[in-house]
Design a protein around this ligand. Structure first.
Ligand SMILES: O=C(O)CCC(=O)C(=O)O
Length: 258
């Protein structure tokens, strides 16, 4: 498992405002986190290159989680997360579907649909907004397009399970000492996923598309600027794209039941 330690309650990947502390004695960690010190536990497998699996990694605790909510053969990984009061996790999306199960304490969650991506000030899979739950108004001043988004807000209590679909943006804030378990699972066919320890690697067709796009941009860059933007818009126009893309019904072998 890894434990992050920091001094502010906003854990933010891009600023790297925390340190990893491996081999942290469990009793020290639990005492400190219960006292509200800034610590965050996100379990990994005993062999770091394996996927975390709560049932195998914590066999005594896992008996408390009674029922699988999804097909076990579609499970990707299952992760224990422990946070102190007020710890806030950055806004991001994952590329796997997710059940977030709250077991101890309360956790506030802010969820945004994928259609809000253009208004969330993204840098990769994360948003530049910091502390969105605690400081929404300040963020709206720095990042005005946030006002155009359609957020869902919920407070999870012990026993609650929240389904967070792949590509939905989410950030969380522990309202008090909090223990959660989240289960990532695959809704696309297996062949569309590459090796991914953290549940946020893009599906392989997206990686493929990204390589082709780089090549297309390199090819266009041989042209003068005015030709480049003309042809880029032409190639990516909604009409050109929609006549090429297949609809979900053409792709029914990707459905969750497969
Ligand atoms: O609440 C947390 O500790 C983080 C939850 C999360 O980001 C997730 O389950 O993907």
């Amino acid at each position: 498992m890894y434990i992050s330690t920091g001094s502010t309650s906003f854990v933010f990947f891009d600023f790297w405002n925390f340190e990893y502390a491996n081999e942290y004695p469990a009793e020290d960690f639990l005492r400190e986190v219960a006292a509200g010190e800034v610590r965050y536990l996100r379990s990994v497998s005993a062999r770091r290159k394996d996927l975390p699996d709560f049932e195998k990694d914590f066999p005594t605790l896992s008996a408390d989680i009674s029922e699988a909510l999804f097909r076990p053969d579609r499970q990707h990984s299952q992760i224990l997360r422990i946070s102190p009061k007020n710890l806030e996790i950055w806004l991001h999306y994952d590329t796997l579907d997710n059940f977030l199960t709250q077991t101890v304490g309360e956790k506030e969650v802010l969820l945004f649909p994928p259609s809000d991506a253009k208004n969330l000030y993204l840098d990769g899979d994360k948003s530049e907004c910091i502390g969105l739950i605690s400081h929404l108004q300040e963020n709206q001043v720095c990042f005005p397009d946030l006002k155009k988004t359609n957020a869902y807000r919920e407070v999870l209590k012990p026993g609650d399970v929240l389904f967070i679909p792949a590509l939905w943006f989410h950030c969380t804030k522990a309202l008090n000492f909090s223990v959660s378990i989240n289960t990532f699972f695959k809704s696309l066919p297996d062949k569309m996923y590459g090796k991914d320890l953290y549940g946020n690697r893009d599906p392989l067709p997206v990686e493929d598309a990204s390589k082709h796009l780089q090549k297309a941009i390199a090819a266009l860059s041989q042209l003068p600027q005015s030709y480049q933007s003309f042809y880029l818009h032409k190639l990516l126009s909604p009409h050109a794209v929609s006549s090429t893309l297949t609809s979900d019904s053409d792709n029914n072998n990707c459905s969750f039941s497969k």
